[in-house]
Design a binder for this molecule. Structure first.
Ligand code: TXA
Ligand code: MG
Length: 333
């Protein structure tokens, strides 16, 4: 049964000692909540996979304190300086060659490691106290919707973990952007996220590459499964604009708009929107919590409208697309 702790100095000392002993601690980040363990402790990291029912071929992101020599765990390469200056602490994860300090379980035996320096003040304080690298995937059961509050973590993992650091609601609401910087001539975007591609390209003065469909495993983003971030309720994603004046209206269907529709039938409780004014930051911050809320209401289907396909809209659409992938029945495989 999980207990929630606020970020008092005493609690942070306690939680840090639990991490040193090899326990799991769910932590707030500025993107989504993570399920943390000492990244140098193989047995502790194994527990993360068990608690989430996560397949072992899906590697973990390592979170570092500000005062930490990154070279202990990775070989930074020439692009890191600019990125670190512009985006750390913050929601950018970079993939680099790893050192022997990181056990294979963390990286799914890849020769690379994904690292970020988080910005959430409570996690920064915990990391400063802990003084080492923390492996932490999103704190949700594998493939379900990522948690953006301590309530979400408690709801889905509360029976499997003992400690949650409660840092309130997550500001960005979608995961970090992941960039592979091992080839400085060709940085590869592995996951759209809270930092828009446009900002990364401007900072680097380079156009980003995307992994080819048939990329060898070492160049792709392992763990970016087609079906991911998924509510239990089936979800259909359609291009904007979505319309409720449709033969489907009134049939136990939830309609999820990007922006509040202009004309709404009074009292229509099956209509939801990510942002009243259509603001991308707000839409991203609401996405996962609204999907959970709709998922708990027992609709037969969710029909969702795509966000504009630029800036944070790309991260939102990536999550909606994966949420819409149907679980294949054995006959189809
Ligand atoms: O915002 C975030 O990144 C959150 C918070 C908790 O930090 N974490 C998160 O972790 O989203 P997770 O486990 O849900 O997603 C991690 C993904 C993996 O599924 C994989 O796609 C990628 O990071 N990844 C990790 N290590 C990698 C590596 N060495 N090479 C390529 N991709 C890697
Ligand atoms: Mg995740």
């Amino acid at each position: 049964m999980a207990t929630r702790y606020t970020d008092t100095p005493e609690n942070l000392r306690f939680l840090s000692s639990r991490l040193r002993e090899g326990d799991l601690v769910a932590v707030p980040t500025e993107t989504v909540y993570g399920l943390g363990a000492d990244a140098r402790n193989e047995a502790a990291c194994r527990e993360i996979f068990r608690a989430k029912e996560r397949p072992p071929e899906d590697p973990l992101i390592v979170h570092i304190p500000e005062a930490f020599d990154l070279r202990e765990i990775a070989r930074p390469g020439p692009l890191l300086g600019k990125l670190r200056e512009a985006f750390w602490p913050g929601p950018l994860t970079v993939v680099m060659d790893k050192t022997a300090a990181i056990p294979d379980i963390v990286t799914a035996s890849l020769p690379s490691v994904a690292v970020r320096m988080p910005a959430h003040p409570a996690l920064r304080a915990l990391l400063a106290e802990f003084g080492g690298p923390l492996a932490a995937p999103s704190a949700n059961p594998f493939a379900y919707i990522s948690p953006t509050s301590a309530d979400h973590v408690e709801e889905s993992l509360g029976q499997r973990i003992r400690y949650i650091l409660d840092g309130g609601l997550c500001r960005h609401g979608v995961e970090s952007t992941i960039l592979d910087i091992r080839d400085p001539a060709c940085p590869v975007l592995l996951r759209h996220g809270a930092i828009p591609v446009e900002e990364l390209e401007e900072t680097l003065g380079q156009t980003l590459a995307y992994p080819a469909e048939d990329a060898p495993a070492a160049r792709a983003a392992p763990g970016q499964m087609p079906k991911h971030y998924s509510p239990k309720t089936p979800l259909d994603l359609i291009p904007a604009p979505l319309s409720v004046n449709d033969e489907r209206a009134g049939r136990n269907i939830a309609f999820l708009f990007f922006r509040k529709p202009d004309s709404l039938a009074a009292g229509d409780e099956s209509v939801f929107w990510l942002s009243e004014q259509g603001r991308l930051e707000e839409a991203a911050a609401n996405l996962f919590s609204l999907l959970r809320e709709i998922d708990n209401r027992g609709y037969s289907t969710i029909i969702a409208e795509a966000a504009p396909d630029y800036g944070l809209g790309r991260a939102i659409n990536d999550r909606l697309r994966r949420a819409a992938v149907k679980r294949r029945t054995p006959c189809e495989e």
